[in-house]
Design a protein around this ligand. Structure first.
Ligand SMILES: *Cc1c(COP(=O)(O)O)cnc(C)c1O
Length: 400
């Protein structure tokens, strides 16, 4: 069957998509309309932490669908209470507000910080964010993002997001003024091409915000839920944020995200925040299933081991083909190619049945399922090796 058989013109055109329509997924594999199989190192954009259609999530939502889908956010429901308790236990934060997307969680974090500014800092409202940051696609989260391509879009932006530079404390200090209430950061800038904040920088940010009475907001939508080998990236660093946002992996593929805060920062009053689908039992049941699988130490240890294999496999290719560098932590990694050929490599990989993401012209990103098999990492590296070899005819991979 041809892809043009499908009425894709009924969808708004928002991005270039390859000529395939996906119909089935299992673990690290996806199948398109023609029955072609793909090894998936995108996984719904680091969303499917347990792979495609994992039994734990499928069982949880089918059981929950028969029990109770949603009673309205105006009422308590048992499943969201259970998931909130589990998340506070794991994170060390005190309160949770569930959302339907990462952007909505960050939008809530921004509102919470502004409310805190009204209550405790004479109306301070500015939130320092970072160049190249990505926090979502609502108007406020696009304004908070530091993505160059967003700059000319949808003017006027939401004001109050001065930009500092990643890993540069002086640039943060220069942004602080009387109107500052918070600093918001991704521990690893994912969409920017997997650019890590150093552990020292994150610790310094924590000290500085504490000294100045500012809130530290960690956007762990991409780095949370085991992605880097700890439940939350900040555990590597030994700090705790005042506000934390989670998304992507939290639902294991379904739309579920969360805004967490310490008791001191949880300052919403009745009427400040809400949403029709927020905290519905169907999605929260998926969250409980995901945490059940991901939170055991043994699972997180296996993510670290697989991350090491992924790093080693990419480092080998980098050395062999004189590429730039490998960046990242756990199962969020990037290969910097040193040349603007990432889109071309990703297109060739697609043809070869491997899904890879090119977040920057010179960078490939790898975000497989946390349950990816070692053999699948090796398979991915072998396909990539062949593509790079074809593109580097001058380099003899045998090292002659
Ligand atoms: C994906 C992402 C978001 C936005 O999440 P959506 O669910 O797409 O709205 C925000 N911040 C970071 C760090 C992300 O990776």
């Amino acid at each position: 069957m041809n892809v043009h058989t499908y009425a894709t013109h009924a969808l708004m055109e928002i991005t270039t998509r390859p000529p395939a329509v996906f119909v089935k997924g299992e673990g690290s594999w996806l199948w398109d309309h023609d029955g072609k199989r793909y090894l998936d190192f995108v996984q719904g954009w680091a969303v499917n932490c347990l792979g495609h259609s994992p039994a734990a999530v499928a069982d949880a939502i089918s059981r929950q669908a028969r029990e109770l889908i949603t009673p309205s956010p105006a009422y308590y429901n048992k499943i969201s209470i259970e998931l909130a308790a589990r998340l506070t236990e794991l994170s060390g934060l005190d309160r949770v507000f569930f959302t339907n997307s990462g952007a909505e969680a960050n939008e809530g974090a921004i509102k919470l910080a502004r409310k805190y500014g009204v209550l405790h800092r004479s109306g301070a409202y500015q939130i320092i964010t970072f160049e190249r940051a990505f926090h979502g696609r609502t108007l406020a989260t696009m304004s908070a993002s530091g993505k160059k391509a967003f700059e000319p879009l949808f003017e006027p932006k939401v004001p109050g997001f001065p930009k500092a530079q990643l890993n540069d404390m002086d640039s943060v200090r220069r942004c602080i003024g009387r109107e500052t209430v918070a600093v918001m950061i991704e521990p690893i800038q994912g969409e920017a091409g997997v650019l890590p904040a150093t552990d020292q920088f994150l610790r310094d940010l924590r000290s500085l915000t504490q000294e100045q009475g500012l809130l530290l907001i960690l956007d762990e939508i991409q780095t949370g839920i085991g992605r880097t080998g700890k439940m939350f990236h900040y555990e590597h660093v030994g700090i705790k944020p005042d506000i934390l946002t989670l998304g992507k992996g939290l639902g294991g593929g379904v739309p579920l995200a969360a805004l967490l805060a310490t008791e001191a920062a949880s300052c919403f009053a009745h009427g400040d925040q809400g949403g029709t689908f927020n905290g519905n039992p169907l999605m929260c049941a998926a969250g409980i299933a995901v945490l059940g699988e991901v939170s055991p130490e043994s699972f997180l240890g296996s993510v670290t081991e697989k991350g090491e294999l992924l790093t080693a496999s990419l480092a080998k290719l980098a050395k062999q083909y004189w590429l730039d560098e490998v960046r990242g932590r756990g199962l969020l990694q990037a290969l910097a190619l040193g040349k603007p050929v990432a889109a071309k490599v990703a297109a060739k990989a697609f043809e070869a049945g491997l899904l890879l993401n090119a977040p920057r012209p010179d960078t490939l990103r790898f975000m497989p399922s946390l349950t990816v098999a070692n053999s699948e990492i090796e398979q991915m590296a072998a396909i990539l090796d062949e593509i790079l070899r074809d593109m580097h005819p001058a380099v003899d991979p045998m090292g002659a």
